[in-house]
Design a protein around this ligand. Sequence first.
Ligand code: PAF
Length: 290
Amino acid sequence: MHKVQRVSSLRAAVSAARKDKKTIGFVPTMGNLHEGHLELVKIAMRHADFVIVSIYVNPTQFGANEDLGNYPSTPEEDARLLAECGADLLFLPTQETMYPGDLTKQTVVYVPDIGDLYCGVDRPEHFYGVTTIVSRLFNMVQPDIAVFGKKDYQQLTIIKKMVEDLAYSVEVVGVDTIRSDQGLALSSRNGYLNSKQLSKAPKLYEQLNRISDKLASLLEEDTPINKKTFKELESEAKSNLKKLGFDPQYISICSRSDLSPAKKGDVELVVLAAAVLGDTRLIDNLEITL
Ligand code: PAF
């Protein structure tokens, strides 16, 4: 696996691959790779002939009081895992490459509406930062397909909208979340949890499954399901999480297509959740088909 830092070297590698009639797959990451990231690389390898992974901890998607300074960085181990997995190229851009100018004068890419909901409420700058950096990376790499995890479901939906609205010629592929045996969604931030919190964290996913089971039994009993049902299930899950020692930020049953609050008649749903445990903010989600 080759490693490059400069955009000119990246472009030379992409041109050479294209000359060999290879399709380009891309997996953007912030490093500290775990099994979940490697699954994205494997899926990219199934869809494309030449797979590029980027590692860049993007400062503009962190709020002022967030963990940018402490964000885990394991570059050597990451490179080893990617080489083992079979990635073709690792792009390691510097801060100077990604944001050469004054950050306050940087053009931003903003996806309205979906970007303002859920995580966008508590982290107002977060999705601007994500869409701006993903847009820059797409223009540098010019991939045929790009792979993102469903763990960050809102991010994935926003990126799909950006690609559609700005007519990027990239197919965005979403990949199912990889979980621990206990059900905890794998995330670099799980490393912040102590052992007691680690054993409690899977309860977040348990609450999402509880919502899914309740909806399934209401369907079976032919009980009408409407906005009131969804609100009640969301409140119950929040109050259960509070009792378990979480500070829930939102539990929202949404329509899968645009993440608007679910309503009567919606069939393809996703429950989105964010809850703080100790000092760590966990997010998770569950797709449900009624
Ligand atoms: O999901 C992530 O790791 C980041 O948000 C991304 C897509 C690499 C952009 O910095």
